[in-house]
Design a binder for this molecule. Sequence first.
Ligand code: ZN
Length: 61
Amino acid sequence: MLTISPEKKELNMSCALCHKKKAVRVFRPFCSKRCKDVDLGNWFTGHYVIQGDAEHEKQKD
Ligand SMILES: [Zn+2]
């Protein structure tokens, strides 16, 4: 189909992950499902959480 669905409309902001493409409404603030999944994966693998825990452990010592 040639029509672009409203959900695929680009927003006036860059993708929060790759910063290379415009974010789209349906995956906001990301440009694609891939970028959204990568960001979610970072959370699930403790990419962000580990840093917080490390700070917490230091304070206990
Ligand atoms: Zn992206």
